[in-house]
Ligand binder design. Sequence first.
Ligand code: NAI
Ligand code: MG
Length: 363
Amino acid sequence: ASRKLLLLPGDGIGPEAMAEVRKLIAAINENFGSGFETEEGLVGGSAYDAHGAAISDADMTKAMAADAVLFGAVGGPKWDAVPYDVRPEAGLLRLRKDMQLFANLRPAICYPALAASSSLKPEVVEGLDILIVRELTGGVYFGEPKEIIDLGNGQKRGIDTQVYDTFEIERIAGVAFELARTRQNRVTSMEKRNVMKSGVLWNEVVTQAHKAKYSDVKLDHMLADAGGMQLVRWPKQFDVIVTDNLFGDMLSDVAAMLTGSLGMLPSASLGAPDAITGKRKALYEPVHGSAPDIAGQGIANPIAMIASFAMCLRYSFNMAAEADRLEAAISAVLNEGLRTKDILSAGMTEVGTAQMGDAIISK
Ligand code: NAI
Ligand code: MG
């Protein structure tokens, strides 16, 4: 089968991390005949330098036609002063918007070799494997009215509006329930129904969707603030967490820190299934940014980018066994003591970006 990928390395360490995925894809094609076809494009500051936009229409067209987009990172001091609508982040925002990526998947996995160096007690994080499913295109970041108004008495008022419609809650709940079936079959839905009308509706719609189509999955509800507390206290109680845009933004950052370095964390953003082919548009990216402080030195950790490709195998190509093997290869290399600088601890062997990539590929 042909599998079409668009690679958008971006800026800073984005291209350095993507280089390792490019080698990995070539090795997979060569050894397993997997038939991945890659195209390349520009995004962020590098796209602005080339053609004055954070992503060109031509590359946007490639993104829409690809089975999946692999995205590195964008931004850096070089572009701090460019006009707002062509700033590097605008490239990612356009991809999310045009591809209608409403479901953001943020796993928090603790590799056994790194449990001891976590900021939490090893027994709290060892073997941790949770998935936060955040609604990405609705809620208070987008709801109208959204403005600052002058009240005329020396006072101003800042307004953001939390809005969720039934269909938006239904489709994100559907993603969470379906993913849970491939995992431990448990979903925890988080909102604040005690103080928010949108939370009441969220709770109702998730409960109804569960009853109608997913009653085989175990469903719990938790208030989002209590959920934050439980995430830090005993994160292993969770399998899949589904929540709105704002709570998901915060809870996924909290969960991220359970597991160590930014250089380890992958993510996926999924759209709705196509009416005819059933395929979802999807973009995979590390959680970290372009890390200008270490760019160009060959020391960036490529694991977040490589683990993002593992998510791509799992969610875009139905290659769960292959994704498991890739994640096991990452784990094995860590068990052998190889570490990039960001995750280095006493007694371990420091390696650069390319050495880490090569070690994972050879596994
Ligand atoms: P950052 O994630 O780029 O870096 C934060 C810290 O973590 C830095 O000290 C960096 O060296 C380290 N770090 C990050 N990834 C690493 C890796 N793979 N290996 C080793 N160390 C790593 O976030 P920061 O510094 O806030 O932003 C830098 C630039 O990146 C800004 O222009 C920002 O706008 C952009 N950014 C882009 C994102 C994206 O493309 N999705 C996301 C976040 C920030
Ligand atoms: Mg955030």
